[in-house]
Design a protein around this ligand. Sequence first.
Ligand code: NAP
Length: 335
Amino acid sequence: MKKTLRYLAGVAGPSGYGSNSTAEQVTQQDCSFLLPSSQAQLTALVTGATSGIGTETARVLAKRGARVVIPARDLKKAAEVKESIQKETPEAEIILLEIDLSSFASVKRFCSEFLSLGLPLNILINNAGKFSQELEFSEDKIEMTFATNYLGHFLLTELLLEKMIETAANSGIEGRIINVSSLIHNWVKSDSFCFSKMLNPNNYNGTRAYAQSKLANILHAKEMARHLKARNARVTINAVHPGIVKTGIIRDHKGFITDSVFFLASKLLKTTSQGASTSCYVALSPKTQGVSGKYFADCNESNCSTLANDESQAHMLWKQTRALIHRRLHLSVVP
Ligand SMILES: NC(=O)c1ccc[n+]([C@@H]2O[C@H](COP(=O)([O-])OP(=O)(O)OC[C@H]3O[C@@H](n4cnc5c(N)ncnc54)[C@H](OP(=O)(O)O)[C@@H]3O)[C@@H](O)[C@H]2O)c1
């Protein structure tokens, strides 16, 4: 109750920001080192920037002086986003490349293309998300939500990690990875969180599949944070809940969250700019320096579910995912 009231009132937490804070506000004072006049221009990659929270995240990062890479499956839509960002920030450098996160081959192709540009990489925001009402399979014959939201981002992170570690070492600027998750990860029960069933469910439920993929995003961040720490890499990884924003992904929940529920819950909805604030805060704030393996909501560290904090679950999921990717792509992965 107290938490809901704080949320509704937009009371600021220890970071100085709260549920009402916008992406522009949380990046206004904190990131002077990012301004174009600074020598070290940051390069940020934002998935899912062709709509909703991702578009706003890309816009604000570009406004703050970062070079922004937008991987998109629809390059026409991406070109429109680029145009609108450059209308506001004419000097913004925006790079568009094709990706379909639900396809291992496409993610691999994208990474080769990006790496061949020889650019640094400071920030990776794994933001793209999909909600599938009906059971659909990716070209790799994996359930579409899990393939897109979790596996595609896992592989993307894997293939870009050495570049991020190298960039951080050369620039002296901490690299940051952000997995955009959701509060809905709380709904997942441990007995339904089974890797083989998530790849190929026999009794499909769209909301459950979506929640499982969002739990996997947090477990990924937590396990990878432990690996990065063990390697002494100057790269952090955290998960965020952006808040509830009426974007494309919510509109896909037809029948589950109806318009009437939305009407009643309208006080809880965030604007897109408020929805992009937690990703932008974790990506740019000096206050999150060295913070890794955590879960953020409303621009503050927050609690995730017991299952999301379960180290053995995170480790098992990590091993199963790597083994799958290894098998499918014949990649040589370091255990
Ligand atoms: N909105 C909310 O209330 C809410 C709440 C909690 C968490 N989230 C999370 O926030 C993130 C952003 O969601 P949003 O609300 O901004 O949703 P959105 O407006 O539907 O945007 C989703 C983005 O993901 C991209 N995408 C989907 N499938 C893809 C694929 N196979 N390959 C490449 N890109 C793909 C979409 O590209 P196209 O333009 O090509 O479709 C779009 O750019 C998601 O991770 C979502 O789970 C949202």
